[in-house]
Write a protein that binds this ligand. Structure first.
Ligand SMILES: [Zn+2]
Length: 372
């Protein structure tokens, strides 16, 4: 066993003085055995969501002590644009400050990618082994990403960032996109076909999402493979390989905790070992885990503007009818209407709430995983 750690600074942009702005990319592998499998882990594409970077820090240390059955590509603080957008005391890391674009909604996906691949290779495809099919489709997707970034009319900043990160991730068999919520408990988005094995991450709340594309990296990673399998199935070819991808929400933004990061990393290592990507890890004892379908993961929008006291915190169980927040209105301080109570519309678990005490009508006050 001879584990190597390579570090590279990948330039994504330059400031107006020409200074390069880049991201660190770490590659960890056992150089004594060439790995045919790759794992890609990035953090903080929403730049204020930094706990994942602390988790990558812990993973880099721990992976070196394990037996590796894959090459690991780890990219902490992967958004050099959001990383520098400050307003007041906070990073404005979720949206492009110029355009308002969400940094996690512009990954490349096109249903035509799988269609063109099958059409182009119609005669040969049935004779390929699964491994050959996988590597050829990855190469095809990589070409599509390059074509997009290089196209004559250019792409917007979020598309450029997302597509460039995808070029780093496109060879991976497992993709983990590490985020946090605003003021949030730990939860993980898993596609339906991985919802059961997502338990190995040892994260209390799993949100099971349908296989479709809404702009995020996890969806952009697995959806083309499900498309491909469907097209091949129409030709009578069975194809079971899928890229595995998850969005992992590690608590709250604007916060890191190294002690908790160690715990978070143990969950990641437990998953990696359970799916055969590392060996020699002691394992963890699984906590009680709840899986919620995306349709039962509900947003409660504020009906009132004002100053909010959040009575129910992230991770709390709440009952239908329970008062979960109070909104204060200073125009009514001299009468009985100063406080408006916010009621839980259903029984469930509070996954996250808005980070600020100042809200307007329509603010996403709470997200609740309701009991089914
Ligand atoms: Zn995020």
């Amino acid at each position: 066993m001879s584990i190597t750690v390579e570090k590279q600074l990948v330039t994504l942009n330059q400031d107006i003085a020409g200074q390069e702005i880049g991201i660190p990319v770490y590659r960890i592998a056992d150089s004594s055995k060439p790995a045919s499998t790759q794992v890609y882990i990035q953090s903080a594409v929403h730049a204020a969501e930094m706990q994942g970077s602390a988790v990558i820090f812990k993973l880099i240390k721990q992976l070196q002590a394990l037996e590796l059955n894959a090459e690991f590509v780890l990219v902490p603080n992967c958004n050099p644009f959001g990383r520098t957008q400050r307003a007041g005391e906070y990073l404005q890391g979720r949206f492009d400050a110029t355009t308002g674009n969400n940094w996690n909604r512009f990954y490349h996906y096109d249903q035509a990618d799988a269609e063109s691949f099958v059409e182009d290779n119609l005669d040969e495809i049935a004779h390929w082994s699964e491994a050959e099919l996988v590597s050829r489709f990855k190469a095809h997707l990589k070409r599509k990403l390059t074509e997009k970034v290089d196209r004559e009319w250019g792409v917007n900043t979020a598309q450029f960032l997302n597509t460039t990160l995808q070029q780093l991730a496109v060879n991976a068999d497992l993709v983990l996109d590490l985020h946090t919520g605003p003021s949030s408990t730990r939860h993980i988005y898993a596609p339906e076909f991985l919802a059961e094995q997502a338990q190995y991450f040892n994260i209390e709340n799993i949100i099971s999402i349908p296989v479709s594309f809404a702009g995020a990296l996890d969806e952009a990673s697995f959806t083309p493979w499900v498309d491909l399998a469907e097209l091949l199935s129409q030709k009578g070819i069975e194809f079971s390989y899928r890229v595995k991808a998850f969005t992992v929400e590690l608590g709250s933004q604007e916060n890191i905790c190294l002690t908790q990061a160690k715990q978070d990393s143990l969950g990641v290592l437990n998953y990696l070992q359970q799916v055969g990507l590392v060996d020699g890890f002691a394992g963890v004892e699984l906590t009680e885990i709840t899986t919620t379908l995306l349709k039962d993961y509900k947003t409660l929008f504020s009906k009132h503007a004002g100053m909010v006291e959040y009575l129910a915190k992230a991770g709390d169980k709440v009952n239908k009818g329970q008062v979960i927040a109070r909104v204060l209105n200073s125009l009514e301080f001299d009468n009985d209407s100063a406080i408006t109570e916010v009621i839980a519309p259903a029984t469930g678990t509070v996954i996250l709430h808005y980070p600020s005490a100042a809200v307007q009508v329509g603010t996403q006050l709470y997200k609740i995983a309701i009991d089914s």
